[in-house]
Design a protein around this ligand. Structure first.
Ligand code: COA
Length: 144
């Protein structure tokens, strides 16, 4: 695999990100489409991971309180998991956030993905809560 992460600047790239999210969150995890797409799409920077020409992963970043960035909708197609794809997406988001001057990343991790984020330096804050019927936990990482 020759992975490249791009910031989605064109509609086609955004659509590729949304298609991956539909596959992973709506089809696989049964999150209702009405919750999966939200009012923050236009305020977010969307990232797409490509294997050659094929879009295989995604994630989004949006400004959050206190010079922070919120990371959301991180997803990798099933066939591409366990090969470092998620790590590549998160590293690209982190690098971009630093360039924007963000000092901290915040995310609500699905509990089943907590170890993934821990391996990237995120730490748990607070207690488990339910969102779209799935257990989540807040995690943060200082970028300084
Ligand atoms: N549980 C425990 N560890 C995990 C893990 C999991 N579910 N997923 C990844 N890891 C670990 C890997 O072992 C690896 O650790 P290492 O560096 O010690 O080898 C590290 O995290 C990076 O893994 P990577 O291969 O880059 O992850 P991935 O490409 O499989 O992507 C997800 C991880 C979570 C994005 C992917 O599994 C996915 O899309 N899942 C479905 C959607 C989802 O749950 N998204 C998260 C919503 S909060």
């Amino acid at each position: 695999m020759t992975p490249t992460v791009k910031v989605a600047k064109q509609d086609e790239q955004r659509e590729q990100a949304f298609a991956i999210r539909r596959k992973v969150f709506v089809e696989e995890q049964k999150v209702p489409l009405s919750l999966e797409m939200d009012e923050w799409e236009n305020d977010s920077i969307h990232f797409v991971l490509y294997d050659g020409d094929k879009a295989v992963g995604t994630g989004r970043l949006r400004p959050w309180e206190g010079q922070s960035g919120k990371v959301e909708r991180v997803a990798v197609l099933q066939d591409y998991r366990g090969q470092g794809s998620g790590r590549i997406i998160m590293k690209a988001i982190e690098e971009y956030a630093r360039k924007l001057g963000m000092i901290r990343l915040v995310l609500n991790a699905q509990v089943q993905a907590q170890k993934f984020y821990e391996s990237l330096g995120f730490q748990v804050e607070g207690d488990i809560f339910l969102d779209a019927g799935i257990e989540h936990i807040k995690m943060t990482k200082a970028l300084s």
